[in-house]
Design a protein around this ligand. Sequence first.
Ligand code: HEC
Length: 174
Amino acid sequence: MLKKGIFTFSVMVYALAVILNGCKKSDPIAENSTDQMLYDLAKTSNGFKWYKNSDKQLAKSSGSAHSYSFLRTRYNAIAAENLDSQGKIIEGKTFKEGSLIVKELSNNASALERYAILYKNSSSPDGDAKGWVWGYINANQTVADAASNKGRSCTGCHSQAGNVDYMLMNKFFP
Ligand code: HEC
């Protein structure tokens, strides 16, 4: 009787674990995945330039679907070739291969919670039609939207009028 009780209890715990796991919003980064590569790239910050030359946290814009209160965006050396002297994106100029743009998202300006990443890498199996790879990865190394989704939930909004090779910072933070 006791044994049966323990068995039933174990089955219930297992079922609960499966349900909770299914509801989880984000999964751990898979080893050797594009997400892992993007995460590693996003974590380095040497040689990056900030949008409008400022690392100040910006309050999120009205157009943003990114559900965090604060953001700031930085560009690696290759992507920074597309910034003008004020640190704004040069209109009408496509980003080169190897360009990496990292938007840091947080609710509390002192704690980074999520990286939104754009990486120009046409040879990646996860690149979209323009060669961009889309990353949406939490600072705690879980994936919010896998790169293998090829930015399906991102490109619609990032194609809106006023974008420059998908970039929206100019439009919302002129
Ligand atoms: C409904 C609109 C919308 C959707 C959907 C959206 N974004 Fe954005 N994104 C914005 C806006 C607006 C900005 C400008 C900064 C801000 O206000 O957040 C932005 C900025 C960015 C930037 C900084 C570069 C730039 O200038 O645009 C990156 C990187 C980015 N988003 C990645 C993503 C990823 C990855 C996804 C999908 C998982 C995504 N975005 C989905 C609206 C959107």
